[in-house]
Design a protein around this ligand. Structure first.
Ligand SMILES: Cc1ncc(COP(=O)(O)O)c(C=O)c1O
Length: 458
């Protein structure tokens, strides 16, 4: 079997195959927004499609490719692993590479997170973290934030703050209570009953890229201590350098009781995740020999994932990527904020490091205001396509919309981007924004037509 030749031969059938066997609705979306490219390869911050066009990846696989695509060191380590006939997943043994990766994670973790449980994904990490907190505290309640995203399995969905995902899945887990993000009074009100096992929170919310005030997390820590609640930091997206610190909670010097990571640990090559917990939490879950499998999985510690994780941590450190994320993030934030002074459609530019949200809002000038209102009356979610579609079609830059009904475009580039790549994005953004500020104009017409097509297809 020659899988590379097979893929080359059938690359042009990709979307038909997906429409037939995987997700036809998603294929329709990709087609109408013009994202239906056939990619052939990827390296660093760039993808190459079948027409030979280079696409700048400011999405990074939803935060998977912190070290860039197909990093040579991770690729080499994986080749070496495969060539060594590893004694993988014996299961009734303790694998050496898992021990080494756990040791490496503990050494960079905030506070005294000393125990590691490996998972296959972010949602699996969240599920485990919720179980750990319940078992450790003997309580049932879970508090989560409005707009939170922690994955889409049933437990993780029970702490999801977006009705778009929750709808049609009720009833979800009982005893889960939402509070507004960045609202300490609301949090204290629900913790006061001393029946809450965990407060689970993303340090920066992925949906919309909402950032907390600087006093929020230190005070959250104090409240959790006061009321005996475990603080779970979901760093599945923010972890491993994304926000300009190794972990986003490091911005505020806060150590959670449980921390969940995944995405970037994979090096973009082998799915992996980890739940890092304080010793006392771990000891209450795994509290006897009988309960050594109180929580477990099959693939969590597989050698390829562990090797990818070790190599990824090595790259993050040897290439100083956390520092780079802080520096490039400041550069992009500064220039985007300057742009916001010239473009009235931008309401706010926010974020930390290379996790940035550009929020749009109703403009002041009469003509643009008319366009804004018209478009929003047709479809609450569509405005941002006026930015992401031309970025892709005319400038070969891949970006994403930051969530439902938020009018926010999100950029999440690999941490390896250079000044030149940031400048390519900024120049393209400037042109796209200038076009969006012409009403009536082609950008508005295209987006209005998209809204009409979407309405017809419902
Ligand atoms: C903060 C956060 N938690 C959990 C998840 C779920 O991770 P996965 O898709 O690997 O299950 C995501 C995914 O985007 C996430 O951003």
């Amino acid at each position: 079997m020659d899988v590379i030749s097979l893929v080359r031969k059938r690359l042009s059938e990709t979307y038909a195959l997906h429409a037939k066997c995987i997700n036809p609705q998603f294929v329709r979306v990709l087609e109408v927004i013009g994202f239906n490219r056939n990619y052939e390869s990827g390296k660093g911050a760039w993808l190459v499609d079948a027409r030979g066009e280079r696409v700048l990846d400011f999405l990074a696989g939803f935060g998977v490719f912190n070290i860039g695509r197909n990093h040579p060191l991770v690729v080499r380590v994986l080749h070496e692993m495969l060539d060594s006939d590893p004694p993988n997943m014996v299961q009734m043994d303790a694998g050496c590479i898992a021990g080494l990766l756990a040791e490496a994670l503990v050494s960079i973790a905030p506070g005294d997170l000393e125990s590691v449980f490996f998972t296959n994904s972010g949602a699996e990490g969240v599920e485990g973290a919720l179980k750990f907190a319940r078992q450790a505290t003997g309580r049932r309640g879970i508090v989560y934030c409005e707009r939170a995203f922690h994955g889409l399995t049933l437990g993780a969905l029970s702490v999801n703050g977006n009705h778009e995902f929750r709808d049609r899945n009720e009833p979800l887990l009982p005893h889960c209570t939402p509070v507004p993000f960045n609202d300490l009074e609301a949090l204290e009100r629900v913790l006061r009953g001393r029946d809450v096992a965990a407060f689970i929170v993303e340090p920066l919310q992925g949906k919309g890229v909402f950032t907390p005030g600087d006093d929020y997390f230190p005070e959250v820590r104090r409240l959790c201590d006061r009321y005996g609640t475990c603080l779970i930091a979901d760093e599945v997206q923010t972890g491993l350098g994304r926000t300009g610190r190794m972990f986003a909670v490091d911005h505020w010097g806060v150590a959670p009781d449980i921390l969940v990571i995944s995405k970037a640990l994979s090096g973009g090559l082998v799915p992996v995740g980890a739940i890092l917990a304080k010793r006392w939490v771990h000891c209450r879950v795994f509290d006897s020999m009988d309960r050594c499998f109180a929580h477990s999985n099959t693939f969590g510690q597989n050698d390829l994932a562990m090797a990818a994780g070790l190599a990824t941590l090595h790259v993050l450190e040897s290439e100083d990527l956390v520092h780079r994320a802080a520096e490039m993030g400041d550069y992009l934030l500064t220039h985007l904020r300057k742009m916001a002074e010239r473009y009235e459609l931008i309401r706010e530019v926010r974020g930390k490091g290379l996790m940035i949200g550009i929020q749009f809002g109703e403009p002041r000038s009469l003509k643009l205001k008319t366009g804004w209102k018209l478009l929003h009356s047709m479809n609450e979610d569509i405005f941002c396509q006026m930015i992401t579609m031309p970025l892709m079609e005319k400038h070969n830059i891949l970006t994403q919309v930051a969530g439902h009904g938020l009018d926010t475009v999100k950029i999440l580039p690999p941490l390896v981007i250079e000044r030149a790549e940031a400048d390519i994005f900024l120049a393209a953004m400037d042109i796209v924004l200038a076009e969006a500020h012409r009403f009536p104009g082609a950008a508005w017409t295209t987006t209005k037509n998209l809204a009409l097509r979407t309405a017809r297809s419902a």
